[in-house]
Structure formats: structure tokens, C-alpha cells
Design a protein around this ligand. Structure first.
Ligand code: GDP
Ligand code: MN
Length: 377
């Protein structure tokens, strides 16, 4: 579940009474544009922000323009993420773009409301003095004085104030009702007619609550195809758009590797924790590694870093699996730290593969991966 797709997030907002643009979802080539009006906005349904800047949001002024845009967007990939669904929405006129979100403030153990009159760009890119923040205790919830306090510090036309307050109350209610980690509307748009419309939404549900969020069961998650496909291989993939793909034998090693690579100045890419199940026999591992390398070759990171430490599974089996997958690796350089049972044989097996560097050293592997990603060797 995790992050819900934009159109699903907006559906939840709409069911709670908030205004969203009228729209339809298209996910194959037999779409019907009879119910839409022009101009419309075509929005790639991918779980990353900044789509505006990267070609994931396009305006179509006519039926033929819309058809062209939809056909070129579906099946393409944006920042490495394949697009299989697009949202077609009426184009909304924008007078003002706000940012509003509620998320879990883990340091303070309560909810944090953030609101800004400088919405439309990623919150990470906003100066912190442009963001108003209020902590909300889950025991008291949102109080009217809190709303008055933030609204009073913004320059909003008086005729939209009630609607904006209603949006804040509603996203807090959704945050609580659905056990969300984040409910974000960015931008929350004020139109020339003083309508308040959620133009984009991002909701992340706490996976630990899924047992009691039966209403959300079966909803399409924001998992992209890398995450879906790797989970079919029996491993746990997380898509990150970056240079260095990291594959480890365990979640703890994953975190240690991520930290080390980051501290060496590397840019983390997609990660895969192989877990234990694919290690159970050679055939299963072969299949998994072949699949992993195929998936990664589509994303095309600058380097693939394997970091494994085996006490029970065998490094030489892993080395053979890597070697068997090289035909599919798109020649992406591979750094493999293979330490533990059979590590000498592993180094031997891969010694004649020029695109693979093998080491037993964690440090050396991370350093080499970072240097390779930076263009050195
Ligand atoms: P993101 O870049 O992935 O966060 O996608 P958004 O849905 O937030 O859209 C980014 C920007 O595209 C918005 O801030 C708007 O400026 C613009 N945009 C998106 N939808 C519309 C629309 O219906 N009308 C207009 N005028 N602009 C839009
Ligand atoms: Mn947005």
C-alpha cells in the first residue's frame, strides 16, 4: 500500500467532500474522450513528484492533441519510472497555489500541520520561513484557534478562508481515519472564482495499519513497476531515482550500505533487499538475480553494487548467478562484495568478466561503486 497514486488520493479527498478537478483515468490505448472537455491536463500516475518539470504533466487543447500526448506518455518512462496510467483532468485556472499537509512528526510524537502560500513547488525546495507549522496533539485534534493562527499569518482573500479551513480540518480527519503518515495537497489552488481545489494530492498510509484499513484493501498502490516486478521475484525492491543500485542480503546490511555510499558522496539509486527466501537453492537464486539484473538494466543506474555477507548461503552460487545474468545487464558496471562461504571460488568465477569487480571488502566495494558512478574507476 504505502503511497497511494494521485488519483486514488484525490478520490479519498473527494469522498470527504473536498473539491478536485473533474477527471478520468486512462491506462490502455482504447480510451474514450467523449466525456472530457478541453483544455485538459494529462498527468502521469507515477509515485514521484516534480512531474511538471519532467514531462509528466501536459496540457492538451484538443482531442487530437490529447490523443497524441496520451499515446506518447503511456509506455514511456519518466525519471526512470514507467508510466502505465494517466489521469485526464479539466484544466483549472490558477489564481493562487497553496501548500498544505499533515504528517507524523516522529520527534514530537504528534501530527504536524504545514501550510504555505508558496505552494506548487516541492516542499523541500521551499524556504522554511515560508512554511507555517503547527503541532497537533492527537488527544485534542485541530482547534479553531490553531486555524485562525495560521490563516491570520497568510494573505488570503476573505471569501476563501472558510474553505481553506475546511480543507485543513478534512485532511487532518483523513490523516486520522486512514492511519496516514502523510496527507499532502500541493498545490491547493484558489481559482479566479474563489473555488478552492485540490490539484495534486499525495497520501501515504502506514503499512502497519493495513489490517484495520480494510476499505483501502485492494486499492492500487503507488508501487511502480520496478517495485511490483521485484516483489514478484520474491525480493524487496524500492525505487529511488539515482546512480547506484544496491542489492544486499538483508535489511540491516542495506541500511549500512546506503549510509556508507551516501557518506562517500554517492547518489543512492534503486535498492533491493534479497531477504532469505531466494537464497534457498541455486535455481531460485539464479532466477531472482536474472530478474533483478533485468529490472535494473531498464532503470539503467550508473553502477550496480552487490553487498552480501553469507554465513549459510554460498558466494560461489551467487557469483554464478551474477555471471549467468550478465547477458542481460546492458553492460552496467557491477561491483560485488561477496564475503563468507565460498568467497574465494566466487572471485575466481567472476575473474574473467570485465564488467564485474569482486572484493571481500565492504569499504572497498562502496568506494569503488561511488567512484564508478562519478565516472572514475
Ligand atoms: P507535480 O509536479 O508532480 O507535483 O504535479 P502537480 O500536479 O503538482 O502539478 C505541477 C504544476 O503543474 C502545478 O503546480 C500547476 O502549476 C501545474 N498544473 C497541474 N494541473 C494544472 C491545471 O489543471 N491547471 C493549471 N493551470 N496548471 C496545472
Ligand atoms: Mn504536486
Amino acid at each position: 500500500m504505502g503511497r497511494l497514486q494521485e488519483y486514488i488520493s484525490k478520490d479519498l479527498l473527494s469522498r470527504s467532500g473536498l473539491t478536485i478537478p473533474k477527471g478520468i483515468i486512462v491506462s490502455n490505448d482504447s480510451f474514450n474522450l467523449d466525456s472530457v472537455t478541453f483544455p485538459l491536463v494529462v498527468k502521469a500516475q507515477i509515485p514521484i513528484g516534480g512531474r511538471g518539470k519532467s514531462g509528466g504533466i501536459k496540457i492538451a487543447n484538443s482531442r487530437s492533441e490529447a490523443t497524441d500526448i496520451i499515446n506518447s506518455m503511456i509506455g514511456s518512462s519518466i525519471n526512470g519510472v514507467p508510466v502505465d496510467t494517466v489521469l485526464l483532468e479539466e484544466k483549472v485556472d490558477i489564481k493562487q497555489e497553496l501548500y498544505v499537509s499533515v504528517f507524523i512528526d516522529r520527534d514530537k510524537s504528534n501530527a504536524l500541520l504545514m501550510i504555505s502560500e508558496y505552494g506548487g513547488i516541492d516542499i523541500e525546495e521551499l524556504d522554511s520561513e515560508k512554511i507555517l507549522k503547527i503541532n497537533i496533539s492527537p488527544l485534542t485534534g485541530i482547534k479553531d484557534y490553531m486555524l485562525r493562527s495560521v490563516i491570520g499569518r497568510m494573505s488570503l482573500d476573505s471569501d476563501v478562508i472558510d474553505s481553506v479551513k475546511n480543507v485543513i480540518r478534512t485532511i487532518y480527519d483523513i490523516f486520522i481515519q486512514y492511519d496516514a503518515e502523510l496527507v499532502e495537497i500541493n498545490p491547493l489552488v484558489i481559482t479566479n472564482n474563489s473555488n478552492v481545489v485540490a490539484l495534486d494530492a499525495k497520501i501515504i498510509i502506514d503499512d502497519n495499519s493495513l489490517f484495520r484499513q480494510t476499505e483501502l484493501e485492494g486499492l492500487e498502490s503507488g508501487l511502480n513497476s520496478f517495485e511490483t516486478n521485484t516483489s514478484k521475484l520474491g525480493v524487496n525492491g524500492v525505487f529511488v531515482d539515482g546512480d547506484i543500485a544496491i542489492i544486499t542480503s538483508g535489511a540491516g546490511l542495506q541500511m549500512a550500505t546506503n549510509d556508507t555510499v551516501t557518506s562517500l558522496g554517492g547518489l543512492l539509486g534503486p535498492t533491493i533487499d534479497m531477504g532469505g527466501t531466494v537464497l534457498k537453492d541455486e535455481e531460485t537464486l539464479n532466477k531472482a538475480i536474472f530478474g533483478i539484473i533485468s529490472e535494473l538494466s531498464i532503470l539503467n543506474p550508473k553502477v550496480i553494487l552487490f553487498n552480501t555477507f553469507f554465513q549459510f548461503a554460498r558466494c560461489d552460487v551467487m557469483a554464478r548467478a551474477i555471471k549467468n545474468s550478465l547477458s542481460n545487464s546492458n553492460n552496467i558496471p557491477i561491483v560485488a562484495r561477496l564475503q563468507g562461504r565460498g568467497d574465494d571460488e566466487a572471485a575466481q568465477i567472476l575473474s574473467d568478466s570485465p564488467s564485474v569487480f569482486v572484493t571481500k571488502s565492504f569499504e572497498e566495494a562502496c568506494t569503488l561503486a561511488v567512484n564508478t558512478a562519478k565516472g572514475g574507476n
